[in-house]
Design a protein around this ligand. Structure first.
Ligand code: A2P
Length: 316
């Protein structure tokens, strides 16, 4: 099992289970099956609306003696309506209560976007708070407080671009240790990987399989189909593995963490086995040539008339 080392020597299993889009009713079984198959890293978020079920599964596997809490790595994320400094601890305590945990291993700011507290999901421009009014740097002070209180061991961000990260680093007492971003062969993020390496920040790759189960509002017409890419297919066939396993192995070979989502027991097991799939230099070079700079999660779902957020400001 590949591991990413943090500055205090804590180690995060690079391979984990994604839970975005895992419906209530499915995610409980998925988490239990995953941990019984050897998964030790579970990626969660308040916005996924399923942390209470993840928590039920975690409590049971710990009580059944399948795994000890300290052998698990649990990540969660702060939703955008709780960005006020004093709200971070309130949101984190709710997540901890849902997950039935005393601490998280990693807590991330989910997006560099702030919305009004009473509006969990935006539907118009006035539901947002601009970053001039509520900068990420203030939210970060709440994240730092969470570490001081022992509610999370590590803190980081998700969906931040290099400029937003740079601004955060400039004012941070505790530097961000993770940026979780979309990354797969069609959106390789080489610049982001180099930037993060230079600043001692780890990267977690989300949507590593192309997230084809995204709700329609996150989709565009005629999207390229990553799991059906002929190069990925050919590499998979030559090793007698599946295209999904090649994509997971590729992310691990690049030194990122990777969190494929599945609620299907066969694919949960198959994805875990991807950790043993070796890719040669020539496989890696062939996959490197597939980059299309194609985001499956374009960020367009954030665009509303009357809000100050643009794609440029979000991905800056
Ligand atoms: P399912 O949950 O039924 O297994 P991503 O991790 O990029 O968000 O992709 C998740 C999507 O990929 C889900 O539709 C999931 O379906 C599917 N999936 C998960 N593992 C595999 C795999 N090994 N091969 C093909 N599809 C997979």
């Amino acid at each position: 099992m590949r591991r990413l080392k943090f500055s205090n020597n804590d180690e995060m299993p690079a391979f984990g289970l994604g839970t975005w889009k895992s419906a209530e009713g499915d995610v409980y079984n998925a988490v239990k099956t995953a941990i019984k198959n050897g998964y030790r890293h579970i990626d969660c978020a308040a916005a996924y609306g399923n942390e209470n079920e993840v928590g039920k599964a975690l409590k049971e596997v710990i009580e059944e003696g399948v795994v000890k809490r300290e052998d698990l790595w649990v990540t969660s994320k702060l939703w955008c309506n709780m960005h006020a400094k004093e709200d971070v601890i309130i949101a984190l305590n709710k997540t901890l209560s849902d997950l039935q945990l005393e601490y998280l291993d990693l807590y991330l700011i989910h997006w560099p976007v702030a919305q009004k507290k009473e509006i969990p999901f935006v539907s118009k421009g006035e539901d947002f708070i601009s970053l001039e009014e509520l900068p990420n740097e203030l939210t970060w002070q709440g994240m730092e407080k969470a570490v001081e209180l022992g509610l999370t061991k590590h803190i980081g961000v998700s969906n931040f671009g290099p400029k937003a990260l740079q601004d955060l680093i400039a004012s941070a007492k505790i530097k961000p240790e993770m940026n979780q971003v979309e990354s797969h062969p069609y959106f390789q993020q080489e610049d982001m990987l180099s930037f993060c390496k230079e600043h001692g920040i780890h990267v977690t790759a989300y949507s590593p399989l192309g997230s084809s189960d995204r709700p329609d509002k996150f989709k565009t017409e005629n999207e390229p189909r990553l799991l059906q890419d002929p190069v990925i297919f050919e590499i998979a066939a030559s090793k007698n593995v599946t295209p999904g396993q090649v994509l997971i192995s590729w992310a691990l070979h690049r030194g990122t963490a990777v969190i494929p989502k599945s609620v299907n027991p066969g694919r949960i097991a198959q994805n875990f086995e991807a950790q043993t799939v070796e890719l040669s230099e020539s496989d890696m070079n062939n996959i490197a040539s597939l980059n299309k700079n194609h985001r499956y999660l374009s960020g367009e779902h954030w665009l509303y008339e009357g809000s100050s957020y643009t794609l440029e400001s979000i991905w800056r």
